[in-house]
Design a protein around this ligand. Structure first.
Ligand code: D5M
Ligand code: FE
Ligand code: ZN
Length: 513
């Protein structure tokens, strides 16, 4: 049974199905009977069938098919890269388990050759288009060639067919026409076509005004007589499913922070020490002391230090001029964090790793100075904190999203994160401010939906839910720099989101006076 057949069966029964679930069914030794069982027992309120629904049925109903473990381990829907860990906390005795599910560290293969870029974009296209394919009966762009008539006349018998054509493509160009419409160039692996979104189609036009280059979208529309232009009637984006089924929850708290910028003269040391005192439980405030006891994880989403040579004139604002000296100081600060708290550090654009993303974890000579309760991961990465899936991304792409999407600003960073979720991609625009290394897999695709997306970079705190995902931007420990004054970045320093791992409710603690 192939993927299209599986999707079609579910569509006919009124369900959408996630790409992971399709893959799981196709890999099964007896997909037909598995599919019958799933449909027989499916809760009609489910909109999108996912892996959880399939596993449930195997456990409850079926003794002949492989058990849940063998299904989910031998046919992992998305390859998981488990990075090497550097702390004893990864072993089962630990109270705060951390599983690294996605991390480029030690898995980078790219050297920058042409074919690697082709492979990188194919991987992006195939994974994102698969998310849309379940909801759209699409066809390859190449198949529209038969309608392309040199004389511009319409071919007999094709009228009806040409009125409702769906394609899924990556956006390679966006233009405004002289009449104010949007002209979009869409590409798939077989060809390209121009798509017109008319100004009069207000809802569509509003959606198309938020399109960015290199994102993957589905368009349904009517083909013009000469077969050269598709007039859009409907836009389908990858997006998150409306329901995600039962999510596993844990207990205790995860403290999320980022952009510490140690080494900068604008690093707020006094406020930082107040924060460390909180983590130590060293406070007269009873509520804060109780909260402190519950902290299990501290996650840093990049820019641990200020680095050197990152922006023009930075040396004038550095207290510690040597980047290794900055990390030594960081290790000193972090050594004061109680050892029962597991610290996870991911790098950002100020850190001493390659600038091209995905970035690996900090190098061994820097890691060596940190205590054993500190784990290092790459950027982006996905970690499982005792059952809660946390996607960590420093957030450099927010600069691109602010510049390209109307209404997305530095003051409300989670709005940019909503745009990432809708596109199921952390950094959709290629070749702008984020330099992206063409790895075999596009690490920015949001494959499995996390419970939490944690970003930093913009130095403003924000918390928002988008569908079932908690979006957190964790602010900074740096006051406004001269450079930020010039580019009008107004930070909200020394504010720390604390997430309850059982409810995902978030409290923002303020350490500035
Ligand atoms: O980024 C801190 C903030 O400064 C973040 O909001 C982006 C903004 N920023 C950084 N570089 C630029 C440029 N070149 N133009 C405009 N705004 C920028 P950080 O990574 O901590 O320096
Ligand atoms: Fe920063
Ligand atoms: Zn940054």
């Amino acid at each position: 049974m192939n993927q299209i057949e599986v999707i079609t069966v579910f569509l006919e029964e009124g369900y959408q199905i996630s790409p992971n679930a399709v893959e799981l069914i196709c890999c099964h030794c007896d997909p037909h009977s598995l599919l019958d069982r799933i449909l027989k027992n499916m809760d009609p309120s489910v909109l999108v069938v996912d892996v959880e629904h399939i596993n449930e049925h195997n456990i409850q109903e079926n003794n002949e098919v492989p058990e849940k473990e063998s299904l989910s381990t031998s046919h992992q829907p998305i390859p998981k890269i488990v990075a090497p860990m550097f702390s004893p906390l990864n072993c089962s005795q630990s109270d705060n388990p951390v599983d690294v599910l996605l991390d480029i560290t030690d898995n980078s293969t790219c050297v920058g050759e042409y074919m690697e870029f082709v492979q990188f974009f194919r991987n992006r296209y195939s994974r994102l288009s698969e998310m849309i394919r379940g909801r759209l009966n699409s066809r390859p762009i190449e198949s529209l060639n038969k309608y392309r008539n040199k004389n511009g006349g319409r071919r007999e018998g094709m009228d009806k067919d040409m009125n409702e054509i769906s394609i899924i493509g990556m956006i390679s160009d966006i233009k405004n026409t002289s009449n104010g419409h949007k002209m979009i160039e869409l590409e798939d692996t077989t060809g390209s076509i121009s798509v017109l979104v008319r100004m009069a189609d207000k809802e569509l036009f509003e959606l198309a005004s938020r399109f960015v280059l290199d994102e993957v979208v589905g368009i349904t529309g009517a083909l013009t007589n000469d077969g050269k232009l598709l007039i859009a009637k409907k836009i389908t984006i990858p997006d998150l499913p409306n329901t995600l089924g039962e999510r596993k929850r844990s207990y205790g708290k995860a403290v999320l922070t980022s952009d510490v910028h140690i080494g900068s003269s604008t690093f707020l040391e006094e406020e930082w020490y107040r924060f460390i005192d909180f983590l130590k439980g060293d406070t007269d405030n009873e509520a804060m002391a109780n909260l402190s006891k519950e902290v299990r994880y501290l996650v840093v989403a990049g820019d641990l230090v200020d680095g050197v040579g990152i922006y023009p004139g930075q040396e004038m604002e550095l207290k510690i001029q040597d980047v290794y000296g900055q990390y030594k100081k960081a290790a000193e600060y972090f050594s004061e964090i109680p050892k029962h708290i597991t610290v996870i550090i991911s790098p950002g654009n100020h850190d001493a790793v390659r600038q091209a993303e995905p970035q690996p974890m900090l190098p061994e000579n820097i890691r060596a100075d940190f205590s054993e309760n500190v784990l290092f991961v790459g950027n982006p990465s996905v970690v499982d904190l005792d059952g809660v899936k946390l996607m960590i991304y420093h957030g450099r792409s927010i600069d691109d999203l602010v510049a390209s999407i109307p209404g997305v600003s530095y003051q409300e960073p989670t709005k940019a994160m909503v745009e990432m979720m809708k596109r199921r991609h952390l950094s959709p625009i290629y070749g702008s401010r984020v330099s992206i290394a063409p790895e075999k897999q596009d690490h920015f695709v949001i494959g499995q939906v996390p419970d939490i997306l944690h970003c930093g970079h913009v130095h403003t705190v924000g918390v928002e839910w988008y569908k079932n995902v908690l979006l957190v931007n964790s602010g900074t420990w740096q006051s406004q720099t001269e450079f930020q004054k010039r580019v009008n970045v107004v930070p909200t320093p020394a504010q720390v989101p604390v997430v309850d791992l059982s409810t995902l409710k978030t409290t923002i603690l303020k350490f500035a006076e």
